[in-house]
Design a protein around this ligand. Structure first.
Ligand code: ADP
Ligand code: ZN
Length: 524
């Protein structure tokens, strides 16, 4: 029997104590209760849990919630039980007796909600259990873990496809806070969602301001930033434990209440630092990405990235910890070409070829974001497949102070013609590095072997440094004049527009590069 909308409001109020639904919650709940498969993409804090918890209460049978976050299961279940909901969890933290007790309860139909780690579901006998219990709904939380294209791939999530086969008629829900179009398709495919109702909430965080500045003297830049925000709490993300440690020390040495947080500290230290931060005793946490999972501090006013993040998902999640209370938050990324090189170096160490290629693509996208002269918000949202329909967001550096541009026709012509010449002469395309070596007239084995020192474009680009050329190359890619083919090596090719621009000598406006201040001497 379908529920009247009023019944949902009543349960929302009685059991959860909330007066109204958050965006899309009602629609998601209605779809699953109607027996449809559901895919829901809501930003962190958007209220995903309620989307499977509330329906679990109003429909007959058991809702199974798959979640990778074992550490958070107990909290969630405790909170549900405190509200009078028959919920339980099963994971590796329970001893055999306790597990058995809970299983018995499940067989007797005592529970409405079961939280379970994905690896559990695959143990022998589990599929029989699941068939024996009257399962009303299968909710997969953090569903992006199923995709290698997500930032948090968990191989055990792939097993869920089997589970799905065992329970073909049970309505499934996939929920996540991070999914690009590609990850979305992966989730729908691997979980065999049947014509799912798809819900995508806006990822826009209107109260956050995004800025990227060239990393020059990071400590000084950070101190300048923090000085202007005496009483505010913030997080500084660093690429390594050592960097987080050093930065916290330097800041503390200058009188700021800063604490480090990373996986190299003891559990005690981590808990202590985290609590000091939550209580506002420590204003600043210098952290690696280990910090943040499950942290809910509403009044974080700013987030700085001391180093280039690995991917946009991570960046979005980390900056998303600012301004949870809806009040303004500032996000600052310190960017340097040197950081790209460092990240590329890490990438070389990834042995799995596919994994490496994915990481490379993701890195290219975050670099693209950092160097872009366009609206940061629009760029972030575009990454999540969302169109931001406003020209000027009024809350990012590029909208507030548009970047300086210059007539880049000549440099663009040089670079594009060099791509063209190499392609014509050698019959293959090359990567950006080699291209720049040809342009700047370098003397390398490859150049001699391939005869690229005999090209008319050899050495015509001495006026720019290599990193400046690299920035130009990336901008031409952003402008759609070049395209990157991912393979064993990422190689560059002219697009149709690129060829047209080359042949017709179309004027091209370029942005002054986002590089260390020294590099601002771009010749005009
Ligand atoms: P997510 O998993 O999407 O990050 P949660 O499910 O943990 O988000 O919900 C985030 C917070 O919002 C929780 O404290 C939750 O109790 C609260 N919340 C969820 N739905 C509502 C609602 N309709 N009204 C008010 N608060 C809500
Ligand atoms: Zn903007």
């Amino acid at each position: 029997m379908p529920l009247a909308p009023d019944d949902l409001d009543l349960t929302l109020k009685r059991t959860f104590g909330y007066g109204s639904f958050r965006p899309l919650q009602r629609e998601i709940i209605a779809a699953t209760l109607a027996g449809q498969d559901v895919f829901a993409l809501l930003p962190t804090g958007g209220g995903k849990s309620l989307c499977f918890q509330l329906p679990a209460l109003v429909r007959p049978g058991l809702t199974v919630v798959v979640s990778p976050l074992i550490a958070l299961m107990k909290d969630q279940v405790d909170a549900l039980q405190a509200s009078g909901v028959a919920a339980t969890f099963l994971n590796s933290t329970l001893d055999a007796d306790e597990s058995r007790r809970r299983l018995r309860g499940l067989h007797q139909g005592e529970f409405k909600l079961l939280y379970v780690a994905p690896e559990r579901l695959m143990l022998n006998g589990w599929q029989d259990n699941l068939r024996a219990w009257q399962i009303a709904c299968l909710a997969i939380d953090e569903a992006h873990c199923i995709s290698e294209w997500g930032h948090d791939f968990r191989p055990e999530y792939r097993q869920l496809a089997k589970l799905r086969r065992a329970l073909p008629d049970v309505p499934a829900m996939a929920l996540t806070a991070t999914a690009t179009t590609r990850v979305r398709a992966d989730i729908i495919e691997h979980l065999k969602l049947r014509e799912p109702a798809v819900f995508v909430a806006s990822f826009n965080r209107p109260n956050l301001t995004y800025r990227v500045i060239p990393k020059d003297q990071p400590l000084k830049q950070i101190i300048d930033f923090v000085r202007k925000r005496e009483d505010e709490s913030g997080i500084i993300y660093c690429a390594s434990r050592a960097a987080a440690e050093r930065l916290a020390e330097s800041l503390a040495g200058r009188g700021f209440s800063a604490k480090p947080y990373h996986a190299g500290l003891t559990a005690d230290e981590r808990t202590r630092h985290q609590e000091e931060f939550l209580r506002d005793d420590a204003r600043i946490v210098c952290a690696t990405i280990a910090f943040g999972m499950g942290i809910n501090k509403p009044n974080v006013r700013w987030v700085i990235h001391h180093d280039l993040p690995k991917n946009i998902e991570g960046y979005y999640q980390e900056t998303g910890r600012a301004g949870r209370d809806g009040l303004p938050g500032d996000c600052l990324l310190l960017f340097s070409a040197g950081d790209i090189a460092k990240q590329l170096h890490f990438l070389d160490e990834i042995t799995d070829e596919q994994e490496q290629q994915i990481a490379r693509t993701q890195l290219r996208k975050i670099v693209h974001y950092a160097e872009s002269a366009g609206c940061r918000r629009a760029e972030l949202l575009a990454y999540f497949g969302e169109t931001f329909g406003v020209d000027n967001c009024g809350a990012c550096d590029n909208c507030l102070e548009p970047r300086e541009t210059y007539d880049g026709t000549l440099v663009a012509q040089k670079l594009l013609s060099c791509v063209y010449r190499i392609q014509q002469n050698s019959g293959f395309s090359v990567g950006l590095n080699h291209l720049i070596e040809v342009l700047t007239g370098a003397d390398t084995d490859k150049i001699r072997r391939w005869g690229h020192d005999r090209l008319t474009t050899y050495g015509i680009g001495a006026e720019l440094s290599r990193s400046q050329w690299a920035a130009v190359g990336r901008e031409l890619t952003r402008l759609g004049l070049l395209t990157v083919a991912e393979g064993e090596y990422a190689t560059l090719a002219l697009t149709r527009d690129g060829l047209t621009a080359l042949v017709q000598r179309t004027p091209i406006t370029l942005t002054k590069p986002m590089d260390t201040p020294k590099a601002k001497r771009v010749s005009r």
